[in-house]
Design a protein around this ligand. Structure first.
Ligand SMILES: Cc1ncc(COP(=O)(O)O)c(C=O)c1O
Length: 407
């Protein structure tokens, strides 16, 4: 793909000016409408990645622009020295439509989880059990990049070189009830899991397992935290994925799609633990920012509509069918899994570890897909992506696969 001087300069600036924590793909998005992005050289791409499950209503949504501009005319920021109407409206919406009794607002998924984990320890502490501070987490999980959340997450590489990890965290195999029975104890403050492990390869936890986790947490007086940063806000066909599991957590974290592209995180808690974080025990300057909350209110109104729910189901089926068709001739995929518009296609053995190569080839054909590890191609597009956009995206992916697989 040839790059203009301007595009090449921007990419080279990213190499030279930023700490190299990322390896950005070699185009530069400039603007977008719906699920189409146009780069600085005028090429257009169907966006099947949704900014990693964030742009829930696509790019340049009229509804979200209106919510943002209306709020921008009024008030941008006042800090937590005050409260504001958009923040209270959002808290009320989240409480009305979930199990939660209280909300803590922050700015990202990692911060929402940081608050959830601190809440769990503080809840035990408040109950006169300061020795109950252990956290049980699952291999393959991802909860963010702060020290507490990398210590909790299931990828040991993310902890390397940062000094001692936060102590008191045990990792066990997902979907192994006996492993949890063995690990849980009166010292367990909380068990944390994603109903579908997103970064870990779009791996759903079994329903029976989740039911057993709930039961064991209740028996041992531990909190159950669901990290719904990736699965939440309509992505799996219900507002939150827990609604499909018959399991109600004590704490749930949300971010990503909640802001539709505005940075926001929320920690939701129900029952007695919702009272755990009292004055001055936790905080953040931007949490509950009126601009982010105004947009999130509009996101929630939209994603709860029957039309979006239907679209999540229909487009999810369309992507899965499309992938099955593309993969069947050469047996490309070992498994296509996920729910609604969070889909992972795991590469079969002959194509092992080629997800990145496929992502780059797809980009060259005009379609953005995500990877989840070296062996899974991931799809997390806008919940309002159209049938035509999916059709074009899958067709372009097909062309890319033909080229990259040399057939
Ligand atoms: C399940 C889950 N939790 C937490 C996070 C961290 O969110 P953020 O990058 O907004 O801090 C992510 C991000 O990918 C995630 O998928």
């Amino acid at each position: 793909m040839s790059l203009s001087d301007n595009t090449a300069a921007i990419l080279s600036a990213a190499d030279n000016l930023l700490m190299p924590t990322y390896a950005p793909l070699q185009i530069v998005p400039d603007h977008g409408v719906g699920s189409t992005i146009v780069d600085t050289d005028g090429r257009s791409y169907v966006d099947l990645g949704g900014g990693i499950a964030v742009t829930s209503l696509g790019h340049s949504s009229e509804v979200l622009k209106k919510a943002l501009f209306d709020q921008a005319e009024k008030l941008w920021h006042v800090s937590n020295v005050f409260t504001t109407e958009p923040a209270m409206k959002l808290a009320a919406q989240l409480i009305e439509h979930t199990f939660a009794d209280r909300i803590f607002f922050s700015n990202s998924g990692a911060e929402a989880n940081e608050a959830a984990l601190k809440l769990a320890r503080r809840h035990a502490f408040n109950n006169g059990e300061p020795e109950r501070y252990e956290i049980i987490s699952l291999h393959g999980s991802f909860h963010g990049r702060t020290l507490f959340t990398v210590s909790t997450g299931g990828n040991p590489n993310y902890k390397t070189g940062f000094g001692p990890a936060i102590e008191g965290i045990t990792h066990i195999a997902p979907n192994d009830i006996q492993a949890l029975r063995d690990a849980i104890s009166p010292a367990t403050a909380a068990v944390i899991c994603e109903p579908i492990q997103g970064e870990g390869g779009v791996r759903p936890l079994d329903r029976d397992y989740l039911r057993a986790v709930r039961q064991l947490c209740t028996e041992h007086g531990a909190l159950l935290i669901f990290d719904e940063v990736q699965t939440g806000v309509g992505r799996t066909g219900t507002l939150f994925a827990y609604e499909q599991t018959e399991v109600i957590p004590d704490v749930l974290t949300s971010a990503k799609s909640l802001g539709g592209g505005m940075p926001i995180g929320a920690t939701l808690a129900g029952g007695a633990c919702a009272e755990a974080l009292t004055r001055a025990t936790h905080g953040t300057t931007f949490g509950g920012n009126p601009m982010a909350c105004a947009v999130a209110n509009a996101v929630l109104d939209e994603v709860r509509s029957p039309a979006i729910k239907r679209n999540v189901h229909d487009r999810g089926a369309q992507i899965r069918d499309g992938l099955e068709q593309l993969g069947k001739e050469v047996g490309l995929f070992a498994e296509i899994r996920g729910t609604g518009l969070l889909i992972g296609a795991e590469l079969a053995d002959p194509f092992r570890d080629r997800a990145k190569e496929i992502q780059i080839a797809a980009l060259a054909e005009g379609v953005i897909v995500l990877v989840a590890g070296p062996n899974v191609i991931r799809f997390a597009p806008a919940l309002n992506i159209t049938e035509a956009e999916v059709e074009v995206g899958i067709e372009r992916l097909g062309t890319a696969l033909t080229k990259v697989l040399g057939r």
